[in-house]
Design a protein around this ligand. Structure first.
Ligand code: UN1
Length: 498
């Protein structure tokens, strides 16, 4: 196993283009081994104040830089990310635990986002439209909002950061970013890349620390005009109500309870592959992870058999080993939560077919591993079929019809991703219309979002905004309507119309 290491044993904040040391710190622990990778600063509200002040100053200048020139920095970031893809992936696996192949995929997501958003530097389209009066011109234009605050989770520490910071930066905003304390290395590496790419001082600021201190200070800070957050539902709701009081714009992405529907006319082997990838990839620690399989009763037994056989082949261990498919769980709190659902499921009457325990065989005893777990005979109202577990746990819910499958899919508080395996074209079109989620897959699992499409969900998953895609620009821009009257006389809209 290659082991790329950092040149420092303690990270520093990045404020106004300077690397700023903070006294208080905590350990970043490799979830595969329990070893400390680096120390991450625990900043306070004064660090946030400094970052916001720097961002405010820098943003005024940055907004005046023509967008195609702003984009040049992002192109450069894209090239550097591409050059350092392997290094970034190795470090990502060490801080987050995800297997190296997935880590490379995640860095690639950031590279794709860099080039896609850099392209926006020459688009940022508004509209020109006819005016209702003679000799009058009308158009709309996107404008930066000012200083934006981004708060990112540990499960996709580079991809999600790029979904948020790249559109913000290309649109002429300055950013204050709080990465998750579990996975700060990607933020450190990305800040270094921005520095090398020539981003002016203060346009991107990284402040490490806890949500209850740094996150809270960002949400409260009147200098920050937008908060873009990905994380837990409770935190998201608190952020939304605080932002509401200040009329601060807020974009939230808060998880899912995603399902794969397997109909009686599905290619079962293909469905098994989709379930394996979506349920056990990233050890189920994706917002898009499949944690419910809604299966037509006619194919339930054959799906169970083939799924169990495939699950037996999953290799569990340290994700730096190329042969490993299922890596560790982020921390003890994650393990405790997953474990608690084993009891909940059994008490509710679900049948445990595989897994259900902490995995300790042939793995580093300092790491946190959980065996891929399959419950069956689950009913749609059970807690294991309703609540986000964030681990390698999937529940099979048998249904009698297509209509029932759609209802079960939609009968949860979340609405991020859904999928249907079927060979019936009519069902495909009905499903894509009726599945109440922000992302729908046909004959593919629930994970696999591409960066040029909107990412986000309905109901309890979010608050109507989207990450990535051109839609992300809506979060980080204000619309301005501009009218130019070249008639040389007073013309009153709605009144002087012949
Ligand atoms: C997340 O789980 O929060 O579609 C992001 C996917 C990835 C992104 C997941 N491209 O699973």
């Amino acid at each position: 196993m290659t082991q790329i290491t950092l040149q420092t044993n303690k990270l520093a904040n990045f404020i106004n283009g300077e690397w700023v040391e903070v006294n208080e710190a905590t350990a970043v622990v490799n979830p595969a081994t329990g070893e400390t990778v680096v120390q991450v600063p625990l900043s306070g509200s004064t660090d946030v104040d400094e970052a916001v002040a720097a961002a405010k100053k820098a943003q005024k200048e940055w907004a005046l830089v023509p967008a195609p020139q702003r984009a040049e920095v992002l192109y450069q970031v894209g090239y550097l990310l591409k050059e350092r893809k392997e290094r970034m992936a190795q470090l990502l696996t060490q801080e987050n635990g995800k297997v190296i192949e997935e880590a490379r995929g995640e860095v690639q997501e950031g590279i794709d986002m860099a080039f896609y958003m850099a392209g926006e530097g020459r688009r940022l389209f508004g509209q020109t439209t006819p005016a209702e009066l003679k000799d009058k011109f009308a158009m709309s234009q996107r404008c930066p909002v000012g200083v934006v605050g981004i708060i990112t989770p540990w499960n996709f520490p580079i991809a999600i950061a790029t979904w948020k910071s790249f559109p913000a930066i290309v649109a002429g905003n300055a950013v204050v970013w709080k990465p998750a304390t579990e996975t700060p290395i990607m933020a450190y590496e990305l800040a270094k890349i921005f520095e090398e790419a020539g981003l002016p001082k203060g346009v991107l600021n990284v402040v490490y620390g806890r949500g209850s201190t740094v996150g809270d200070a960002m949400v409260q800070h009147e200098g920050i005009r937008v908060i873009s957050f990905t994380g837990s539902g409770d935190t998201g709701r608190n952020i939304a109500s605080e932002c509401g009081k200040q009329l601060k714009k807020v974009s939230l992405e808060m998880g899912g309870k995603n399902a794969i529907i397997v109909m009686d006319d599905a290619d079962i082997d293909l469905a098994v592959e989709g379930i394996l990838w979506s349920a056990f990839g990233t050890s189920g620690q994706r917002c898009t992870a499949c944690s419910r399989v809604i299966v037509h009763e006619k194919v339930k037994t054959s799906l169970e058999e083939r799924l169990l056989a495939a699950m037996e082949k999953l290799s569990i261990g340290n994700g730096l080993d190329e042969s490993i498919k299922v890596g560790p769980i982020i921390n003890q709190a994650g393990m405790d939560k997953i474990n608690s659902y084993m009891e909940i499921g059994k008490n509710e009457g679900a049948k445990l077919l595989a897994g259900g325990y902490e995995y300790t065989e042939d793995v580093d005893q300092g790491g946190n591993y959980f065996a891929p777990t399959l419950f069956t005979d689950v009913t749609a109202d059970m807690r294991i079929a309703q609540e986000e577990i964030f681990g390698p746990v999937v529940s099979l819910i048998p249904v009698k019809s297509f209509e029932e499958a759609i209802d079960v899919n939609n009968g949860v508080e979340y609405g991020l991703s859904s999928s249907i395996y079927t060979s019936d074209v009519n069902r495909v079109f009905k499903a894509q219309r009726d599945l109440d989620t922000g992302i729908v897959y046909v004959n593919a699992g629930t994970s696999g979002a591409e960066i040029h499409l909107p990412f986000g969900g309905t109901k309890g998953t979010g608050n109507g905004h989207r990450d990535s895609g051109v839609q992300a620009l809506d979060v980080f821009t204000e619309w301005k309507a501009i009218y130019v009257d070249y008639s040389g006389k007073l013309q009153r809209a709605q009144i002087d119309v012949e």
